[in-house]
Design a protein around this ligand. Structure first.
Ligand code: ATP
Ligand code: LTN
Length: 326
């Protein structure tokens, strides 16, 4: 069985983009893969975090994993900082990476704004991500397309080490979902839907109440043409909504175009509200059940133990191949 690893940062409530771009694949993959799903809290501290809020977000994200259908009997679910191997391997890989390649990462460029005071952790963020993946001899990494550059860097680092030393790492593949791989912000379809954007109506959080979902969708930016047609370049707003509609309902984009011929954006949006509310309702219900239960802590502790056992073996192999330690 192929091994899968992925992670989500505990930096706020997950949104539809996180679900369609990542979590939905997590659930599908666990049927025929050995899956390891992580809450990457050490990535979260690459920007300042309030300690109490961070703790609470870790448990929120873990609960959301379970609420959307990640099954701890099939998959390992754990918190990154509970397994020390991530930090250890990250340093070793830092010593194998080049400042030039890290400077080219678009996420670093976007988040550092060219400032002298940009945190070093933001710069080395992709190396920690590579460590997460390589620590578990991962074959497949399901992520949104926004992570493609980071996955390529991880592959480069693994290949570089394998070519210059003994074969040490499995070189992983990224797995990107085509439709829905990039969900855009509802208020500005040129930006990706994001947890950290200021306007709460730019996103639909997985725990949003029906009234909030309705407001955000009805306010969503479209265009003045009034025709429901998929054209990402010229009609990014309605195309983004069609994308969401299509993945949630299973209807193809061309079927949607036919179904809404002669109808306006208002009708389309009203139906999308209903579909979204129905899709998210079971997640909210399950979340309430699990978030404050003792089961949650037990699942995460057990997950850290199982992940730790795999990680220890990789670290021993890496140290041996690098000549580190006794
Ligand atoms: P933010 O939303 O705050 O920018 P982020 O990009 O740091 O968060 P994570 O929480 O680390 O996102 O992302 C978890 C997963 O969700 C990743 O696989 C990422 O590719 C995916 N993802 C995030 N935003 C979107 C989006 N708008 N569309 C599709 N997938 C997304
Ligand atoms: N950078 C990723 C989160 C992440 C990740 C990983 C994803 C950290 N480590 C390992 C897959 C595999 C993001 O989505 N922002």
């Amino acid at each position: 069985m192929k091994r899968v690893f992925s992670g989500v940062q505990p930096t706020g409530n997950l949104h539809l983009g996180n679900y369609l771009g990542a979590l939905k694949q997590f659930v599908e993959l666990q049927e025929d893969h050995e899956c390891i799903y992580c809450i990457v809290d050490m990535h979260a501290i690459t920007v300042p975090q309030d300690p109490k809020e961070l703790k609470s977000h870790i448990l929120d994200v873990a609960s959301l994993y379970l609420s959307v259908g990640v099954d701890p009997k099939k998959s390992i679910v754990f918190v990154q900082s509970d397994v020390p191997g991530h930090a250890e391997l990250s340093w070793i890989l830092t010593c194998c990476s080049y400042t030039g390649e890290l400077s080219r990462m678009t996420q670093f460029k976007a988040k550092s704004h060219n400032k002298e005071s940009a945190p070093t952790g933001l710069f080395t963020y992709p190396v920690l991500m590579a460590a997460d993946i390589l620590l578990y001899d991962t074959d497949v990494v399901p992520v949104g397309t926004d992570q493609r550059q980071h996955i390529e860097l991880c592959r480069d680092l693994a290949t570089r080490v394998n070519n210059t030393r003994k074969k040490t790492f499995v070189v992983p593949e990224g797995r990107y979902l085509k439709e829905g791989a990039r969900i855009m912000a509802l208020d500005d379809p040129t930006q990706k839907m994001s947890k950290s954007a200021e306007n709460i109506h730019s996103r639909i959080s997985l725990l949003d109440e029906p009234s909030k979902i309705k407001k955000s969708i009805m306010k969503a930016t479209t265009d003045s043409e009034g025709i429901i047609r998929f054209d990402q370049e010229n009609k990014p707003g309605i195309s983004n909504l069609m994308n969401i509609y299509s993945v949630l309902s299973g209807k193809s984009l061309s079927d949607l175009e036919k179904e809404y011929e002669g109808k306006g954006y208002g009708d389309f949006k009203k139906d999308l509200v209903e579909i979204t509310v129905d899709a998210l309702a079971p997640f909210r219900e399950k979340f309430e059940e699990i978030r404050y239960s003792e089961d949650l802590i037990r699942i995460l502790k057990d997950g850290a133990e199982r992940a730790g056992a795999i990680a220890e073996k990789t670290i021993a192999r890496v140290k041996e191949n690098f000549g580190l330690g006794l």
